[in-house]
Design a protein around this ligand. Structure first.
Ligand SMILES: [Zn+2]
Length: 370
């Protein structure tokens, strides 16, 4: 789940929205306006709509605080958080690494729901103040926010991975068995079971006349099923890549090009002719850097004939490199994290080969076939 709209940064963590968030925002505004309209028929139309919008925004803030609670614990324990994305079913924090221990995972997972409970109780407390003061619009909004935040905590504590409760379950199994992979697999399986129950209940509810609410439950189940399966696949991937080194998979015979030649020559005679994606730039007999279509696209076409390749390449010194004996899984994680397509493999200052996504994919395909 990647953000499609960037909102800015809080504590150095990027905050973004997925388009599906607008779906839930609209649903909240409409269903709340309907609720308020039924409960307080004397309120003017405009007040009802305004309250719906304000409540949706405050709900958005509560979700964000829930995710930030996870992120703060993660960052304090050396797990940088890349981004928080809010989407139709809540929020997700993108962590750059797995939790270092079961204890950290436990507290990180629990921090979100605990925060939601606290927000919920605070809202209900403020609702009592509003009731005493006779401010009914504030009362209506606070009561709704109070119950929705507590429901959010309860829903998230369902013990199916990747829900927070599933992470808590994983942490507990991990702590008891000392085996993180087994713990993930087990909680992902429970997650699939929970998702299945959601789908069955949702469909049943729908056909029993429960309307769209039933479909919504089924949709949540369907989403959870996908997420739980994905986690199981990731564990499987880790298992199948265990023991595989970068040197086993990397390409050794990367085409080399002269750093003094022009970009135009390179495009005409190398890039387009061979269709390869990665070239080693050599200058005076030694490796100077890498060049890929990505760097070429950055520069204006008109300057291609007069631009030397070594001015646009990525110099070897600036690149993240890997030793040949690094585990392939850590290379894959680094590529995902930093959004890289290639990593040069260097040993004693000498370029041994280049690892690219294409090689890893081909490797996995071959393994999967047999
Ligand atoms: Zn959470």
């Amino acid at each position: 789940m990647r953000s499609q709209i960037k909102l800015g940064k809080i504590f150095g963590i990027r905050i973004g929205l997925h388009y599906s968030w607008f779906l839930i925002a609209l649903l909240i505004v409409f269903s709340l306006s309907g609720n308020f309209h039924a409960s307080y028929p004397k309120w003017p139309e405009s007040l009802v709509l305004l309250l719906g919008i304000v409540t949706a925004l405050l709900f958005f803030v509560s979700l964000l605080v829930h995710e930030l609670a996870h992120s703060v614990i993660a960052e304090r324990n050396g797990m940088p958080v890349r981004e928080i994305t809010l989407f139709a079913l809540g929020g997700v924090s993108q962590l750059e690494a797995d939790a270092p221990s079961a204890k950290v995972e436990f507290w990180m997972a629990l921090a979100g729901p605990l925060t939601s409970v606290l927000i919920g109780l605070a809202c209900l407390g403020m609702a009592e103040v509003a009731r005493a003061a006779g401010i009914t619009p504030a009362l209506a909004v606070l009561v709704w926010l109070g119950y929705i935040n507590i429901s959010l905590a309860v829903f998230n504590m369902i013990p199916g991975y990747p829900l927070d409760g599933g992470r808590v379950l994983r942490a507990l199994v991990w702590w008891r068995t000392g085996d993180m992979e087994r713990a993930t697999q087990m909680s992902a399986r429970v997650g699939q079971g929970v998702a299945g129950i959601f789908i069955v209940i949702g469909i049943f509810h729908f056909f029993a006349g429960g309307g769209l609410g039933g479909l919504w439950i089924a949709f949540i189940g369907w989403f959870l099923l996908g997420a739980a399966k994905e986690s199981a696949v990731e564990v499987g991937l880790k298992k199948s890549l265990a023991g595989v080194r970068v040197a086993d998979v990397m390409a050794r015979n990367c085409p080399t090009v002269d750093g003094h030649s022009s970009v135009q020559d390179f495009v005409d005679h190398e890039l387009l002719r061979t269709g390869r994606r990665c070239f080693v730039v050599v200058e005076d007999g030694r490796v100077a850097g890498l060049v890929t279509p990505h760097e070429i696209k950055e520069i204006d076409r008109g300057t291609w004939p007069v631009t030397a390749l070594d001015t646009v390449m990525r110099p070897l010194g600036s690149l993240r490199t890997l030793p040949p004996d690094a585990p392939l899984m850590s290379a894959l994680e680094a590529m995902g994290r930093e959004d890289l397509n290639q990593l040069p493999v260097v040993s004693n200052g000498r370029l041994e080969g280049v690892l690219s996504r294409a090689e890893i994919l081909a490797f996995l395909q071959t393994r999967a076939e047999f």
